[in-house]
Structures are given as structure tokens and as C-alpha cells.
Design a protein around this ligand. Structure first.
Ligand SMILES: [Zn+2]
Length: 250
């Protein structure tokens, strides 16, 4: 976007101060994240959708937010709309100030954004999956959606073939915590060992990969070489099989 620092760089204009707070150079990072004016908007929006009120805008916070909305879950899609709308409303306010001499305060802008998002979802969202986290989120943003009953699918754990052990692995993440755990069982279904762990890396992919790595290491330490790994993360399995490249290798 043609923020002032870019326009100054292209020699389109002389000044580069932020036209929202007049307190710093305008660039994308300042305008969208570090400006005191926009921080107040983020704080109001985050609070309204249940993501806390604190706005730090450190790289870590943004990594956490991006990890939270990664994937195609309906809740992630709804939060993505709020993030995009917040960026858009900040840009509109900046342009209104710069080109039309019109000023709004952060409370007015965030209230308008939240009201518009409610109207948008009322029109755009036909129904949501009937899961607790979505009901909580809908309640948080003050909307009542239609819910589609979840269908249940019977699945069964299968014994590993003779001579193998099966390693079941799973990673987990919510807004505050992350963790992983697993269990290894032999051909009779007897538990050989179980393990769990955590840490501060707020990435579900990291947790899925960490549990597989930890489980395999424990198997090897105990002298097992024929291991079947079971995980519900297709991406983690594809990375282990070298079908997909992990994000940090891109
Ligand atoms: Zn500013």
C-alpha cells in the first residue's frame, strides 16, 4: 500500500509523518500495528472477539495470531475476517484524514467495524458446525447462527502387525496453551510407554511434529526399530515422508 514512507521514497511527497498520530514516520508497520491510535482499535476488536485486550504487536504475538487462524476451521475463518476488516478500517481512516479532512476516534471506528461485521456475518454465514468453541465464539460476538448437527463416524484402533509397535501421536493447542502426547503399544495392544510434553511454541504443526519426534526417539532408546506412526496431522506425516517441505525449510 502507498504509505507515506513509500511515497517519500518514490519522491512523490516530502513529509513522512503519520497522519493519524503525527508522532512517527508512517510506514506499514507503524500505521497498522504500532501507532497508538491503531493499537486502541486492535485492543477493542480483540477484546470484542475474545482474544484478550492486550496489544503488544511483537513478532511473537503476531506469530501466535497467525498460527491461531491457520487452517480452514470455521472459527479461524471468522477471526480472519475481523483481522482483514481491522486492517481495512485503519486504511480507510488514514485516507479520510489525509484526503477528506474527516477524523474519527478509535472507539467510533471499532464500534462501526464490530457492527458492520455482525451485519456481514448475518448475511454471509448460513450455518456453522455445531461445536462448542463456535457456539462460544458466536455468543462472544453477539450472534445466533444456525448450527449443523455434527455427524459421528465410528473409528477403531487397529493392532499393529506382529513384530511392530504402534505409536499414536497428537499435538494440541488452544488460545493459551500448547502441548503434545503419545502412546506406544505392541501387537497385543499392551502399552509400552506413554509420554507428554509442552513448551512455548504456539504452533499446532510444531506440536504435532514434536510428539512424533519424541515418540520415535523413545522407541529407538528402548530398542524398537519397527514402528508404525499414527497421527491425525496429514501435514506432519507428509513432512516426515518428505512429500511436503516444512515451513522453516522454505
Ligand atoms: Zn501514528
Amino acid at each position: 500500500m502507498p504509505t507515506q514512507d513509500r511515497l517519500v521514497y518514490k519522491k512523490v511527497m516530502q513529509t513522512s509523518s503519520c497522519c493519524v498520530c503525527n508522532n512517527s514516520r508512517e510506514n506499514s508497520k507503524h500505521l497498522y500495528f504500532n501507532c497508538s491510535f491503531t493499537k486502541e482499535i486492535w485492543s477493542n476488536v480483540k477484546h470484542a472477539i475474545g482474544l484478550g485486550r492486550q496489544v503488544d504487536h511483537s513478532n511473537k504475538e503476531w506469530c501466535n495470531l497467525i498460527n491461531m487462524v491457520r487452517g480452514k476451521s470455521q472459527k479461524a475463518e471468522l477471526i480472519k475476517v475481523y483481522i482483514c476488516a481491522t486492517i481495512g478500517y485503519i486504511w480507510t481512516e488514514r485516507n479520510n484524514r489525509r484526503f477528506n479532512g474527516m477524523f474519527s476516534n478509535p472507539t467510533v471506528i471499532s464500534n462501526m467495524l464490530l457492527r458492520d461485521m455482525k451485519h456481514y456475518f448475518e448475511v454471509q454465514v448460513e450455518e456453522l458446525k455445531d461445536i462448542k468453541s463456535l457456539r462460544v465464539f458466536a455468543n462472544q460476538i453477539g450472534l445466533s447462527f444456525k448450527y449443523k448437527k455434527a455427524t459421528t463416524k465410528q473409528v477403531r484402533w487397529l493392532l499393529p502387525p506382529t513384530g511392530y509397535i504402534k505409536l499414536n501421536c497428537d499435538g494440541s493447542m488452544n488460545m493459551e496453551d500448547v502441548g503434545y502426547g503419545g502412546m506406544a503399544r505392541n501387537e497385543q495392544g499392551h502399552v509400552i510407554f506413554a509420554f507428554s510434553g509442552g513448551g512455548d511454541v504456539h504452533s499446532i504443526l510444531f506440536q504435532e511434529l514434536k510428539t512424533i519426534q519424541t515418540g520415535i526417539s523413545l522407541c529407538i532408546d528402548l530398542g524398537y526399530r519397527r514402528i508404525i506412526v499414527a497421527s491425525d496431522s496429514l501435514r506432519a506425516i507428509q513432512i516426515f515422508k518428505d512429500i511436503e517441505t516444512s515451513p522453516w525449510q522454505c
